[in-house]
Design a protein around this ligand. Sequence first.
Ligand SMILES: CC(C)(COP(=O)(O)OP(=O)(O)OC[C@H]1O[C@@H](n2cnc3c(N)ncnc32)[C@H](O)[C@@H]1OP(=O)(O)O)[C@@H](O)C(=O)NCCC(=O)NCCS
Length: 324
Amino acid sequence: MIKRSVVLGCGSYLPQRLVTNAELANRIDTSDEWIVQRTGIRQRHIAADGEFTSHLAINAARAALRSADIDPQSIELIVLATSTPDNTFPATAVAVQNGLGITHGAAFDLQAVCSGFVFALATADNFLRTGAYKRALVIGAETFSRILDWNDRGTCVLFGDGAGALVLEAQDLPGTSADRGVLTTHLRSDGRHKSKLYVDGGPSSTQTVGHLRMEGREVFKHAVGMITDVIVDAFNATSLTAEDINWFVPHQANKRIIDASAHKLHIAPEKVVLTVDRHGNTSAASIPLALDVAVKDGRIKKGDLVLLEAMGGGFTWGSALVRW
Ligand SMILES: CC(C)(COP(=O)(O)OP(=O)(O)OC[C@H]1O[C@@H](n2cnc3c(N)ncnc32)[C@H](O)[C@@H]1OP(=O)(O)O)[C@@H](O)C(=O)NCCC(=O)NCCS
């Protein structure tokens, strides 16, 4: 028997305010047609004034705890992936811990931009598999609207706000690929690509929060290769194949990147969970938001094999295979 991190529940939260492409086209030189054609995005949710990343995260965490049907006090570890924390410090995870009324165990943030959720899942999985903790909350939560340059049409149309969370529990299982739980995770980073996707501010450099800057075409050029490489790593580590996958839940940045990755990996289009049209790119929140949509609408069921992947600023990229 080995320890596996099994998903007990998931939840998500989106701010109420919906911003359509048409509304953006009233403010900047863009069009619904351009945005849909290049990205697949039709709308995004934007946090209200005074609504912080921690607020979105607490709502998502509460929903995940409800779906897991467990006592929040049994959570010993909270790993929160975000690039848009409430404050430079303390970690937003600590605000979430406090919001849930938990005073034991550990809570910390993790920063890997759009790959943050996969990095956080891998981190929590490692703590659970070593027996350090029994139950964990893994959260991706973002208010990217706060770091966008709303005059830069090349970036501001792409992103949205939101949060998603999973509850994981360490369970002793046989150790085969038929086990439920996180079967394998693969993380990569390469800082040579920093200038292609970054925020032009920060506490140590400018003492400001800064704005997101991106060479979109350069990011696009690298994305599919990096995503497919790290998915092949996951297949090789488990002897599972694209045929075995029930659901592909990629980071939701751009429909064209998702379609090209699925095509290259021979993953059938009907297995791809797509939410970028409704949520835009919510960075670290996009995967748990998409998971929650597909669980709630009955697509992802217990025992299904789910493939996750993400790629983002750094560059960072990663994959995970999870049997639900
Ligand atoms: C951003 C992205 C959609 C741009 O699409 P693209 O086809 O590469 O477009 P380009 O940046 O080359 O720009 C093409 C033209 O559209 C224009 N354009 C850019 N944004 C626009 C917008 N929102 N509305 C209308 N026109 C726009 C550009 O100014 C350019 O005009 P020009 O030819 O007159 O100079 C695309 O590069 C992309 O999706 N990249 C990956 C981004 C990503 O996923 N990032 C997150 C990773 S986690």
